[in-house]
Design a protein around this ligand. Sequence first.
Ligand code: HEM
Length: 384
Amino acid sequence: MRWLKQIWRSKVVNYMCPKTLNIWWNFGSCLGLLLISQLITGILLSIHYNPNTEEAMGSVYYIMRDVQGGWFVRNCHVSGANFMFICVYLHIGRGLYYGSYLMKSVWFSGMAILILLMAIAFLGYVLPWGSMSYWGAVVITSMLSIVPVVGERLKVWVWGGYVVTNVTLKRFFVLHFVLPFALAGLVMVHVYLLHMGGGSSNPLGVASQAISFHPYYTSKDLVGFTVVYGAMLQFVLLDPDFFMEHLNYKDPDPMKTPKDICPEWYFLFFYAVLRSVPKKTLGILVMFGSILVWALCPYLHLGKYRGLQFYPACQLAFWVMVSDVWLLTGLGGIHADGIVPWVSAVCSAVYFAYFLVCPLLMWLHDKGSKPRIELLFYKYQHGG
Ligand code: HEM
C-alpha cells in the first residue's frame, strides 16, 4: 500500500499543472472515469450474457427483465459507450484547437486509443445478435478482404469459417471482454507519456504559473464528472432506448439485408467518408486516412504559436471543419442516392483540406504578425 500512497502523492497531490487550464482539459479524466465504469458494468453483464447465436438476444432480455438491477447495468453500459465517444471527440477537438498534438507521443498514443476504442465498440455492438449486430459484423469484417493477397483468408480467419456464425460471435465476445483491459493499459501509457513530457499544456501555449493538481484540479474534475455522469444518467433512467437501434430488437435474417443498414452515430462520419468514394477499396483507404491524417498535425504545424486562438483565420477554418464533420455525420445516416454521394465527396475533400489549409494560414499570419501578440503573451506570463 505504501507504493500506492507514493504514486498518489507524486502523480496527483504534488503533480504541478498550469494555472490556466480551462473546461476542455476536463474530458481526459472524464474518459478515465467512463472507462472504469464500462469495465465494471461490462464484467457484471458478462456474468449473465450468453455468447451463442440462439441465446444471445434472450440473455440480454434476461438481464433487462430478470436480473436484479440488470436493466440499470446494461443501460449504463450502452449509454456509457456513447458518452465515451462524445468525450473522446471533444478531447480530440481540444487537441486540434489548442495544438496539443505537439506532444507527439501523447498524440500518437491517443490515436491508437481511438482505434482500439472503435474496435471495442464495434465488437460490443455485435453481441446482442440483433439484425443490425449481424449485418454490422458482416459488412465491417468484409472490409478485411481488401488487404492485398491475404485479404480473403484473413476474413475467413476472423469469421472462423466461410460465413458469420456462432464461432464468430464467441470470438467477438472474448475480444470484447479482453480488449478493454488492453485499452486501460494503453490509457496508462498515454497518461504516463503526458507526465514524462512535462505534463499538460495550457490554452495559452506558453509557460504558465503552476498549481498542484490536488485540490485545484481534483475539485474541478469532480464537477466535470458530476455533469457528464449526470447527463448520462438522464438517458439511463429516462430514455434508455435513445442510443439503441430499433432494428436491433429483431432477429437477424442472413438471407435478407435490411434496407436501412447504418452504423452507430459515432461511426457515421467515417461511413459517409467511405461512401463518398465510388470505388470500395479506395473508399476504405480514404476512411482510414480520415484518422491517420491527424498524424500529420505535429509535422505540419507551421505557426510560431501553439493554439489556434492566436490565428483568427485558422479559428474560422477549424469551425468550418467541425461543421463539415457534423454534416458528414448527418449524411452518413441517410440513403446514398441523388446528390448525397456528391455532397459527401465535397465535404470529405473539405475535411482533408483543413489539415493543409490550417498550417498554411498559420504561416501566412506569422509572416505579417504584429508584435501586439507578443505583448499579450508577456502580459499573461507576468499576470498582467
Ligand atoms: C479512452 C480514451 C482516452 C483517455 C482516458 C485519455 C486520457 C487523458 C488524460 C487523463 C489526459 C490529461 C487531462 C487532459 O488533458 O484532458 C489526456 C491528455 C491528452 N490526450 Fe488523451 N485520453 C484518451 C484519448 C485520447 C485520444 C483519442 C487522443 C488523440 C487522438 C488523445 C490525446 C491527448 C493529448 C494530446 C493530451 C495532452 C493534452 C494537453 O495537455 O495539451 N487522448 N488524455
